[in-house]
Write a protein that binds this ligand. Structure first.
Ligand SMILES: Cc1cc2nc3c(=O)[nH]c(=O)nc-3n(C[C@H](O)[C@H](O)[C@H](O)COP(=O)(O)OP(=O)(O)OC[C@H]3O[C@@H](n4cnc5c(N)ncnc54)[C@H](O)[C@@H]3O)c2cc1C
Length: 429
């Protein structure tokens, strides 16, 4: 057993999982550690990072967080990130339009016991006929009370609970794509139910939406970099690790010995890094997210900062002027696969801006650009298998893909990093 004072730990990957692992080690180690964090990119943050598009600093994709992101909120506290300086917290609200008509508005009241708020929201939901309202209440009842098989897809569950095509288009489809980034026909109902139970149906603050008001790097990457460096973590940016090899009493990272290594990379990179194959490593599927940024001469008048479009190519539109103070800027999010991925940027922009004009009477934008993350998230399919650990006692895994009942989220990344660091500390304390 190695004494804590001698323990050299390498973390590979500076996304939210790797940052969380490093912060957890610092928080809970009873003796000093020598921690080195390797990040292939120029900045920390991984898939939640800034991109420079012409003169604008924007995000590689619009992110939202929820009050239920407990581990993320705890990490912010440790790093000194002040919640209200980086996100706008607001009660859960869904507003979906089709053309210029609002076809759904579901809003949790701000006060009262949670069961009462849920009931009131269900009864006062706008845009649904009485049978649709009843179908929605029936589905929520089933969600809250019935066990759900891990092999059930969302589409199968929607059929079982007799949701109408209208209700699916207006409510379930945009919601599932936003939460799981996976088409209804393959999306895991167990995971979707877990997300709803832990957030919308969990109680007052858990259901809150936390909408970023700062570029993504301000949410974690920048404060984390200064916190980690101040606490003695050696952060090696632009350093892509090539090989991790298990050896007796530790592991070699590009030939250099460490007592313990946390591999906090996305699954496609993890398997490639390890010199020996990981047994039972599942076949991973991935889904893209495309974000179309459009800048207009003036603010596009959206009914609220985040609006859904029923049956649209773009499923969610964000008003970046009201959230970030970026004049006339909106972000249109297209989750999941589709033929749009084979279109040129110009074609995609044309489609999206036509939709925006139809829904919000906006003119032609002054400027528009597209960001496509081809492997934005793992495919959160029914029956997804999750690897638990590596066969090597000194190599640990972290990453959003490791939390069984969760989709790819910032919270699952943070939670996985915390778990990996805790396992490591338990082994060496
Ligand atoms: C467009 C988009 C929108 C999203 N929207 C939301 C949202 O609204 N809400 C939400 O909660 N989540 C959202 N997500 C998901 C969220 O961003 C991810 O789940 C999370 O960032 C994953 O973090 P991670 O640390 O597990 O992995 P990553 O962020 O992928 O981090 C892995 C890091 O490892 C580095 N790396 C890889 N190989 C090496 C190597 N060999 N050596 C050194 N470093 C290496 C990579 O550069 C990367 O920085 C979205 C993702 C995208 C792409």
């Amino acid at each position: 057993m190695v004494g804590m004072e001698n323990l050299r730990v390498a973390i590979i990957g500076g996304g939210w999982a790797g940052i969380s692992a490093a912060a957890t080690l610092l928080r809970h180690a009873s003796r000093p550690l020598q921690i080195t964090l390797f990040e292939a990119g120029k900045q920390l943050g991984g898939r939640a990072r800034n991109v420079q598009l012409d003169q604008y600093v924007l995000d590689n994709g619009q992110h939202i967080l929820m009050g239920a992101y407990h581990d993320t909120l705890q990490l912010w506290q440790q790093l000194g990130v002040i919640e209200h300086e980086v996100v706008r917290r607001q009660p859960f609200c869904l507003q979906v339009v089709q053309g210029q008509q609002t076809v759904l508005k579901y809003q949790l009241p701000t006060s009262g016991p949670h069961w009462w708020r849920l009931l009131q929201a269900g009864l006062t939901v706008q845009g649904l006929s009485l049978p649709e309202c009843w179908a929605l209440m029936r589905a929520i009842g089933a969600l809250l009370t019935q066990p759900i098989s891990s092999h059930l897809t969302v589409a199968q569950w929607l059929a079982q609970t007799r949701q109408t095509p209208h209700l699916i288009r207006k409510l379930w489809e945009p919601l599932v794509l936003a939460a799981l980034n996976t088409p209804l026909s393959t999306a895991s109902m167990r995971v979707f139910a877990q997300v709803l139970r832990d957030s919308v149906f969990a109680g007052a603050s858990a259901s809150d939406l936390l909408l970023p008001t700062q570029p993504l790097s301000a949410l974690l990457a920048l404060p984390a970099l200064s916190f980690l460096q101040q606490n003695g973590v050696s952060c090696c940016l632009q350093q892509r690790v090539k090989r991790v090899q298990a050896v007796e009493q530790g592991a070699l990272v590009d030939g250099v010995f460490y007592h313990a290594v946390i591999v906090a990379t996305a699954p496609q990179h993890t398997a490639a890094l390890l010199t020996q194959p990981l047994p039972d490593w599942p076949q991973w599927g991935y889904h893209p997210i495309a974000t179309v940024y459009c800048r207009y001469a003036e603010q596009v008048k959206l009914p609220c900062p985040m609006v859904g479009i029923a049956g649209g190519l773009g499923q969610w539109v964000f008003d970046r002027q009201s959230l970030y103070g970026e004049n006339g800027m909106i972000a249109v999010v297209i989750s999941g696969p589709g033929e749009h991925l084979s279109w040129s940027q110009d074609e995609l922009i044309r489609h999206v801006t036509t939709e925006i004009s139809a829904c919000f009477a906006a003119p032609q934008p002054l400027w528009a650009r597209v960001v496509v993350e081809k492997r934005a998230t793992f495919a959160c399919v029914a029956g997804r298998e999750v690897p638990q650990s590596t066969p090597w006692p000194h190599i640990y895994l972290a990453g959003d893909y490791l939390i069984a009942d969760y989709p790819a989220t910032l919270e699952s990344a943070v939670r996985s990093g915390k778990l990996a660091a805790t396992q490591l500390l338990n082994q060496y304390q």
